[in-house]
Design a binder for this molecule. Structure first.
Ligand code: HEM
Ligand code: CU
Length: 578
């Protein structure tokens, strides 16, 4: 076992500890590569734990099964949320910082002792959160925290302390990334950072803002739980909390977009159409994305309507605009890159001829498409004050964020894990067929799960975070049983999505342990047809982007229809009680 582990961390490096990657051509240093592996492996373990709880949570919400009794439900929901949304994603994101920093720059990862200290601190924090969430009982003075740990819910002091430890660990682990950027820029201030590094850098800055907010929120709750202050202001906690609650989602978003640029290039042959435009979009995120946190406070008393509308419907459109730019630039870059190589006739030839059997490619493309159509559009809809009234705290909200994080971000990270297995662990998949199936299976099943959650929430008003409502709402005659048929569809596809996730874990862990080693220059099928360098023929601006333009029009038509539909549904609410 130990030997197998050791082998996972062994590649052939030269005396200085560098080797050349046969796929990307990047010069990779041992220090960066090994820590990407360490954080990536830890992330997959968190995914396995959080994913197991996806099963218990979904099988409880599917009331036909009704797996967990009411009093255990929140414990399971807390375990699902913290392991999968926070630990799976944040461990992956630290790995992404190391890929987007030292690896793309061809540098060592500095301060590896600090990296290790960060990792240990994060693991200790994560174990603490798991322990306190799992053992929480109302009798023992600690409630299950859910994702939000809202005060004045009596969540244990140890939980808040563990969450702070985790956040501090993430800061420590991110520090060497910033040092690598600083080393790169020192003495070469005029040299611009490559786009992927720039994206990772913006991710890092947003992460620091989010973490500061999180430490403030959890420290405030902690001193209250320790009895140092007598009372807490729930409104202030919620504002502080959402700096990290929303902030971590924006780290997920920006990290995912950075991965999109990286992977569409290395496995699909995409080029960057305009560095300036893409960089400006990242900068727009920096200024506007955090203000969007106000969309979580849409129904909070004590905040003026003007403040809420300014943040969510003006400032946030600065960030939505940036997303539109990336949504055009990335498929556009793929279209341009492939057309330049003569790989695309007609309107969509560049897309149909793409390497769809390569799971890294298909995971990335499904992530882009489904993030936009399922998670993105609904986010803008429900983030608007009026429409929020029909979405707020319903199962539809859960559908929205499974569209963003469970489909979008998770799929792109699945692609990245597969890529790391091939190019850094240098292992072939135990079964290429099964690996190819994973993104299709997961995207298809999870897409339907998210849609069902939204229908169930919007059409029937089924609430989120409640283990049993379809059969009855305790203490009322009000019945939501009309939602039962769609709940069955939801339940079946949730099982399929979990099977798809299981398949991903089996293929990746299986390949690490039993996959053949890729020797020498073997690229394991990762390099796109035509290679990475364009032949210097037509300039990007001479290539037409008809296909991307057509997709953008389809996107806009979908957006407008859903917007109109949601306003129509809002008007229907007047009849309630009439
Ligand atoms: C097979 C995949 C998954 C299934 C079937 C699933 C199912 C569910 C269900 C049914 C709930 C709602 C519970 C409720 O409101 O009562 C939920 C909540 C949640 N899920 Fe998932 N999930 C999956 C994957 C993911 C992934 C990959 C992520 C994040 C990366 C995620 C993040 C969350 C979060 C943050 C919550 C909310 C927790 C809270 O309300 O405090 N889920 N999930
Ligand atoms: Cu948000």
């Amino acid at each position: 076992m130990l030997n197998a582990l050791k082998q996972l961390f062994g590649n052939d490096y030269d005396e200085d500890g560098f080797r050349e990657c046969s796929v990307t051509g990047l010069s990779i240093h041992r220090s960066a590569e090994n820590h990407v592996k360490l954080f990536g492996l830890t992330a997959v373990i968190a995914l396995i734990i959080g994913g197991s709880f996806a099963f218990t949570v979904a099988m409880t919400r599917w009331e036909l099964i009704g797996l967990i009794p009411e009093d255990g439900y929140y414990t399971h929901l807390s375990m699902h949320a913290w392991n999968i949304l926070i630990f799976w994603m944040v461990f992956m994101e630290i790995a992404i910082l190391y890929v987007g920093g030292p690896i793309v720059l061809g540098r060592r990862l500095p301060l590896t002792k600090v990296v290790k200290a960060g990792w240990v601190t994060m693991v200790v924090g994560a174990l603490g959160v798991n322990y306190t969430a799992w053992t929480a009982t109302s009798a023992g003075g600690g409630e299950a925290p859910l994702l939000t740990a809202y005060v004045p819910l009596e969540v244990s002091a140890e939980f808040y302390a563990s969450a702070i430890v985790f956040l501090l660990g993430a800061t420590v682990a991110a520090l060497p990334f910033f040092v690598a950027i600083w080393q790169e820029k020192r003495g070469a201030a005029k040299k611009t950072l490559p786009l992927v590094v720039f994206g990772a850098f913006i991710t890092g800055i947003i992460a620091v803002e989010a973490i500061l907010g999180g430490i403030a929120a959890f420290a405030y709750a902690l001193v209250w739980r320790l009895g140092i202050i007598e009372s807490v202001n729930a409104g202030i906690y919620r504002q502080l909390y959402w700096i990290v609650g929303h902030g971590t989602q924006q780290i997920n978003l920006v990290a995912m977009i950075t991965v999109w640029y990286f992977l569409t290039h290395v496995v699909g042959g995409a080029v960057v159409i305009s560095e300036k435009v893409s960089r400006s979009a990242f900068i727009l995120y920096l200024f506007f994305i955090n203000l969007g946190a106000a969309h979580h406070l849409m129904v909070d008393p004590g905040l003026s309507a003007g403040w809420r509308i300014f943040n969510t419907s003006y400032a946030f459109y600065g960030a939505a605009f940036a997303s539109m730019i990336h949504a055009f630039a990335i498929p556009g870059g793929l279209e341009a890159g492939r057309r330049q190589r003569g790989l695309g006739g007609g309107l969509f030839g560049w897309l149909t001829s793409a390497p769809w059997k390569n799971p890294v490619f298909s995971a990335t493309i499904f992530s882009i498409i489904l993030f936009g159509f399922v998670g993105g559009i609904t986010g803008v809809l429900m983030g608007q004050m009026q429409l929020n009234m029909t979405w707020h705290n319903t199962f539809a909200t859960v559908g929205h964020f499974h569209g963003t994080v469970a489909i979008g971000t998770t799929l792109s990270f699945i692609g990245l894990v597969f890529f790391i297995i091939k190019t850094m662990f240098r292992r072939d998949f135990i079964s290429s067929k099964l690996a190819t199936i994973v993104p299709y299976f997961y995207a298809g099943a999870m897409g339907i799960v998210a849609l069902m959650m939204m229908y169930i929430g919007i059409l029937y008003g089924v609430p989120r975070r409640s283990s049993g409502v379809v059969r009855n709402i305790p203490g009322t005659d009000f019945s939501l049983s009309a939602a039962a048929p769609l709940m069955n569809v939801f339940g079946v596809f949730a099982v399929l999505a979990i099977l798809a996730g299981t398949l991903f874990v089996l293929v990746s862990v299986g390949s690490l342990l039993f996959g053949d080693r890729l020797e020498g220059d073997d690229r394991g099928g990762m390099l796109p047809d035509g290679g990475l360098q364009t032949d210097g023929g037509a300039s990007v601006h001479a290539v037409d982007l008809r296909g991307t333009f057509a997709i953008s029009l389809i996107f806009m038509a979908t957006f407008v229809s859903l917007y109109a539909l949601n306003w129509f549904l809002l008007t229907q609410l007047w009849s309630i009680g009439a």
